[in-house]
Design a protein around this ligand. Structure first.
Ligand code: ATP
Ligand code: MG
Length: 324
């Protein structure tokens, strides 16, 4: 595949392409670090930071930085404490020199615009933001359990019951987003974090978009999770059904430990996605789980299972009603 084609599907790492993705390969090394116990952020402190600190009053010196939590395309995320309120939070520090070119600042502006309007227990809280000459800083709820990606890497795959419970949680968060006319467009285990009680929280709204007409044309996301309608050549519009496709890929990955279409090259993976050339599911996977995955990984977007259909599907219902 040429660099132009890579760029067109949003996986370029060149300086003039869209935001590079963390994962386009089949076997991305998965490291794991345990988070240490820290006091859960308290509600009063969150309100304090939100109400007393307008953007102009906020600055880096108000926070004590503890340690890095992760890194992304434009900067780093740190565990931090707001000195005055003792709020424990995550600071997503985006270096201006990394994105102030070729319209990439649009990503950051959009991330702030979209994320700041969201309030849901299944979505990382957005407390505020500020900027100085060299960086833009997002103040976020700290997810003490870290990335689901690392948990999955450690455990290889999840039981059907655990996978179904996780998928139901992601579906609830997506349902909230879609009702607010937001497409996430980058659903993957790296962008799902865990709270104190193991609950899932969607993060990283860098590719999200508010689309009241439920139509978009920009090709973006992480290749393994991108839908066929986004990968076809030329300008083709797509809907929020792209998130449902990603939910199908996620279910497959939870149950097997690998993604269904990954191949050695970007071009080969793209071809497999567009032809629905999926790695066969292991025989140990239940027929209900297989039916669930095959109802989401459907080439024709309108016939894909809806979010209501996801929550009503026998595989989800059966696994979510029992404890554990
Ligand atoms: P990319 O474009 O590569 O996905 P990004 O720049 O958009 O990255 P994020 O995905 O938001 O950055 O964050 C990068 C990593 O930092 C996450 O994968 C996660 O490990 C960690 N991280 C981000 N936000 C939090 C948070 N609120 N609590 C704990 N860890 C976080
Ligand atoms: Mg990310």
């Amino acid at each position: 595949m040429t660099s132009k084609e890579n760029e067109a599907i949003g996986v370029s790492v060149s300086s003039d392409g869209p935001r590079p993705c963390k994962r386009v390969r089949l076997n991305t090394p998965r490291s794991s670090t345990r988070t240490t116990a820290l006091a859960e952020s308290n509600h009063a402190a969150k309100s304090a930071i939100q109400s007393t600190s307008t953007q102009s009053k906020l600055h880096y010196g108000l926070f004590e930085i503890a340690r890095p939590l992760g890194s992304g395309a434009f900067g780093q995320v740190y565990l931090a404490r707001h000195r005055e309120s003792c709020l424990i939070c995550a600071l997503k520090v985006l270096n201006k020199e990394n994105f102030m070119c070729d319209g990439k600042e649009r990503h950051v502006r959009r991330e702030i615009e979209v994320h700041s309007c969201l309030r849901h227990p299944g979505i990382i809280g957005f407390y505020g933001w500020f900027h100085d000459s060299s960086r833009i800083v997002l103040i976020l709820e700290y997810a003490i359990g870290g990335e689901l990606f690392k948990v999955l890497a450690r455990e290889d795959h999840f039981s059907e019951q655990r996978a179904a419970k996780y998928i139901a949680q992601v579906a609830c968060s997506l349902s909230y987003l879609h009702k607010k006319h937001v497409m996430h467009r980058d659903i993957k285990p790296e962008n799902i974090l865990l709270g104190l009680h193991g609950e899932l929280k969607l993060a990283d709204f860098g590719y999200s978009v508010h689309a009241p007409d439920n139509k978009r044309e920009t090709k973006c996301g992480t290749l393994d999770y991108m839908s066929p309608e986004m990968l076809v050549r030329g300008t083709v519009s797509y809907t929020n059904a792209v998130d449902l496709w990603a939910l199908g890929v996620l279910t497959y990955e939870f149950l097997t430990g690998w993604t269904p279409f990954a191949d050695n090259t970007v071009a080969a993976t793209r071809r497999r996605i567009c032809k629905l050339d999926m790695e066969p599911l292991p025989a140990s996977i239940s027929p209900e789980a297989k039916h669930f995955i095959h109802s989401l990984l459907v080439l024709d977007p309108p016939t894909r299972l809806s979010l209501e259909g996801v929550l009503d599907h026998p595989w989800i219902v059966k696994n979510c009603k029992s404890p554990g």
